[in-house]
Design a binder for this molecule. Structure first.
Ligand SMILES: [Zn+2]
Length: 284
């Protein structure tokens, strides 16, 4: 455990990049072998805006990383934050609790707020306007959203009191988790269900990408499903009945255009459309 913590304390940027690219590659290949839906799309063409947003997310996080480092060092030095005020505990428990609470602050709370506060929702809906959810959708975040999410993670580090090793461990797990839950892969329903008692499973997160309420406002979690179950935001919907996209922005061509997506948060608020076009696809 100690060597794992030591590794993450100074995880090389190269290793983090390998995790990002390796994760996308792995799930991309699995999508070919075990697809949930057979999308009628050109995979690279669809991936392009999503990969662009993945790159901007990396740039935002890389540029602001020094703030995480400074905050994590400060809380460690001053013994500040929830996990440092708790009684002495084994290192594995300390790390687990740190990751669990960071998943709450940096993902669940951030995501919940993005759905409930209108200006933030307008920014976040870029993530929801993908009509073909796959592993590249994982980091389809408008650059402004990357900043918002960073701010939540940063306050999480401060309140929870996590040392930098746990922050990097959390970020690595969080990255793989989001690539996995967005991947267009079909796991046996029972396996997906069992997994969803502890972790966010692919089927569970796909419910969140259904094009209309109340499903859009459910299953906010990223790594652990405990937060949705605890706060009553857990929902189920049969995978066959899920339709991706968002009812207020039904324009599929626009939602695939980088230029359109960059401007999407600045468009006027719209009401949902009743004749949302269900994309043509066949179940695999
Ligand atoms: Zn969302």
């Amino acid at each position: 455990m100690e060597s794992l913590i030591n590794y993450f304390e100074s995880i090389p940027t190269l290793h983090r990049s390998v995790l990002l690219v390796g994760g996308i590659t792995l799930f991309w290949l699995l999508e070919g072998a075990l697809p949930l839906f057979k999308f009628k799309y050109k995979k690279w063409k669809h991936a392009w805006p999503n990969l662009f947003f993945t790159l901007t997310t990396v740039i935002v996080n890389f540029t602001l990383a020094f703030l995480l480092l400074k905050t994590a060092d400060w809380v460690t030095l001053n013994n500040f934050g929830i996990i440092n005020w708790l009684p002495e505990m084994p290192l594995w428990l300390y790390a687990m609790l740190g990751v669990l609470l960071l998943d709450f602050m940096g993902a669940y709370v951030a995501h919940y707020v993005e759905h409930k506060v209108e200006p933030l929702w307008r920014i976040h809906l870029v993530h929801h306007s993908d009509h073909n959810v796959d592993t590249t959708t994982a980091n389809r975040h408008h650059p402004l959203e990357s900043v918002i999410r960073f701010a939540f993670t940063l306050s999480g580090v401060f309140i929870i009191g996590t040392p930098i090793a746990i922050v990097f461990l959390y970020q690595s797990l969080s990255l793989v988790a989001t690539q996995f839950t967005h991947a267009n892969i079909k796991m046996p329903k029972t396996v997906d269900k069992i997994l969803s008692y502890v972790f966010i499973s692919p089927d569970m997160h796909k419910v969140h990408h259904h094009y209309k309420l109340p499903y859009t406002d459910s299953n906010y979690g990223n790594i652990f499903s405990i937060w949705d179950r605890l706060f009553g935001t857990y929902m189920e919907r049969d995978r066959e009945q899920i339709v991706y996209g968002i009812d207020t922005f039904p324009n599929a061509a626009g939602n695939a255009s980088l230029k359109y997506l960059l401007k999407q948060p600045f468009q006027k608020y719209r009401l949902p459309v009743s004749d949302y076009k269900v994309p043509v696809r066949s179940k695999s």
